[in-house]
Design a protein around this ligand. Structure first.
Ligand code: ADP
Ligand code: MG
Length: 327
């Protein structure tokens, strides 16, 4: 239903999207998960035809967004990251305006507006001005506008960002209902959001896809991949750098990062060391490497990471030495 083929997009020197490909089968809800600046919104804007990719292409229901932009766009309902609402307009008035933008004839427009007002539970708000709505209700208006022309594809960019916990719960519930008969892509920077809404997750960081699969599968692969947790004593100023370098130089070591909780007790710092695929047990090599370089260790264990940890490690892989998406 959505097919993204090796798209790339730069803004000047910033490579926002470096290489993204995926395909969404009809009826699925897929999460596009990644930290701020990962390239989620840029990817989404290429899907909805707002940006042209520098390279690659996007097909919606087999239609190339470049070759036939309006036909592709008519199949997509899009909720942008910050929906451009017109504060002076009333809810029903705004939906009517949006329907006219889509050139919906009057009779079907009126019926469609009633339907989305009902589905998004906006009945009591229909005569309220947008400026006077809570953020949660404004988001519902955005969803209603996205659904108005009854598109088979729904693309939602961080739909719960900035909402309070009650509004988040309501918005998720609504998205679950609305996506029942659609192909849906939801972006988010928080794993629990994707876990709550999506059957499948595409992890994106630094403008590239880092993982793609069913949530349970990813959880399983996280479970199979051991991580070494080490507490080392760092007493001099450049010890952190030195420790990182020594660990990186060991055979079969992939990434090395501070433990996600950033655990630190005085000079004792906790690290996560991720082995490369097919690595043997690395505990002895880590202990020897550290002590030969003069580091004291007080803990060294291997553990299976949670999905949360896997996500962090995937993201950290893409941001070496403080480099952002532009690196
Ligand atoms: P996300 O939605 O995952 O937070 P974005 O796709 O918005 O990420 O941004 C990815 C990178 O591209 C960031 O470094 C951001 O600053 C940059 N970027 C995004 N849009 C623009 C733009 N219109 N002009 C210049 N840089 C941009
Ligand atoms: Mg964004």
């Amino acid at each position: 239903m959505i097919r993204v083929e090796q798209v790339k997009k730069s803004f000047g020197a910033v490579q926002a999207v470096r290489d993204v490909s995926f395909e969404l089968a009809p009826g699925q809800v897929t999460g596009l998960l990644g930290p701020n600046g990962a390239g989620k919104s840029t990817t989404i804007r290429m899907i909805v035809g707002f940006f042209m990719p520098d390279e690659g292409r996007v097909l919606i229901d087999g239609i190339d967004t470049l070759a036939n932009a309006s036909a592709a766009r008519s199949r997509i309902g899009y909720l942008p990251e910050s929906a451009p609402l017109y504060p002076e307009m009333k809810v029903a008035e705004y939906l009517d305006f949006r329907g006219r933008l889509f050139c919906m004839p009057r009779t079907s427009r009126v019926a469609a507006i009633e339907k989305v007002i009902d589905r998004c539970r906006l009945g009591e708000m229909r005569r309220r001005r947008l400026a006077h709505l809570s953020k949660g209700y404004r988001q519902r208006v955005g969803l209603a506008a996205a659904l108005l022309h009854d598109p088979p594809v729904l693309v939602l960019d961080e739909p719960t960002n900035g909402l309070d916990p009650g509004q988040i719960r309501e918005t998720r519930e609504l998205i679950r209902e609305l996506s029942a008969d659609k192909t849906t892509l939801v972006s988010s920077h928080i794993l629990p959001e994707v876990e709550a809404l999506c059957g499948r997750v595409i992890v994106i960081a630094g403008g590239k896809v880092r993982a793609d699969g069913a949530i349970e599968e990813l959880g399983r692969s996280a479970g199979e991949r051991a991580v070494y947790v080490v507490q080392a004593r760092l007493s001099r100023t450049n010890d952190e750098e030195r420790f990182l370098k020594i660990m990186h130089n060991l055979p079969f070591v992939g990434e090395v990062s501070r433990a996600p909780e950033g655990r630190r007790e005085g000079e004792w710092v906790e690290w996560c060391i991720w082995p490369k695929p097919g690595a043997p047990d690395l505990r002895e090599a880590i202990a020897t490497g550290a002590t030969n370089a003069g580091f004291l260790l007080r803990e060294l264990r291997s553990q299976s990471p949670s999905l949360e940890r896997l996500f962090h490690s995937l993201v950290e892989q893409s941001t070496p030495a403080g480099g952002g998406a532009a690196a």
